[in-house]
Design a protein around this ligand. Structure first.
Ligand SMILES: [Zn+2]
Length: 137
């Protein structure tokens, strides 16, 4: 069973649940292969070496904004707009991306390359990894 993980919705499934729940422990977990490569979203096998010795590993939670959009459409009732949907590149590895929201700052303050760090937003049993600007003061 190698169903693709939906990228925009937190589908809390067997293979990806750790990503959405690790916030309970205050950490960001990313799937890592025994060969050292991180990959996200999680896959049944390593995209590099093909191995299946994969396990969630803690990462720093630090990243840079790779690209982003400012959304003005309230897709769900109660969703505050505008908000920033972004792809961030985690510092552990080049091209290791996570889709997220940038929070705790005005949309116009977000730029490509901005240094950000993870924080978690709990919704029932899901801890959404969000990112906020870091060390800007
Ligand atoms: Zn590998």
């Amino acid at each position: 069973m190698a169903a693709a993980v939906p990228r925009q919705l937190p589908a809390v499934e067997k293979d990806s649940g750790f990503y959405w729940r690790a916030g309970e422990m205050g950490m960001l977990l990313i799937q890592r292969c025994a060969c050292g490569r991180y990959q996200h979203p999680p896959l049944p096998r390593c995209a590099d070496c093909g191995g299946d010795a994969l396990a969630p590993a803690p990462v720093s939670g630090r990243a840079r904004v790779a690209t982003f959009t400012v959304n003005h459409q309230p897709w769900r009732p109660g969703l505050a707009v505008p908000y920033v949907f972004a792809v961030v590149e985690l510092e552990e590895q080049a091209e290791l991306y996570a889709m997220t929201n940038i929070v705790d700052c005005a949309p116009e303050a977000v730029s490509i390359g901005l240094s950000v760090e993870v924080q978690f937003e709990r919704h029932e049993d899901v801890w959404l990894p969000m990112f906020r600007p870091r060390g800007t003061d």
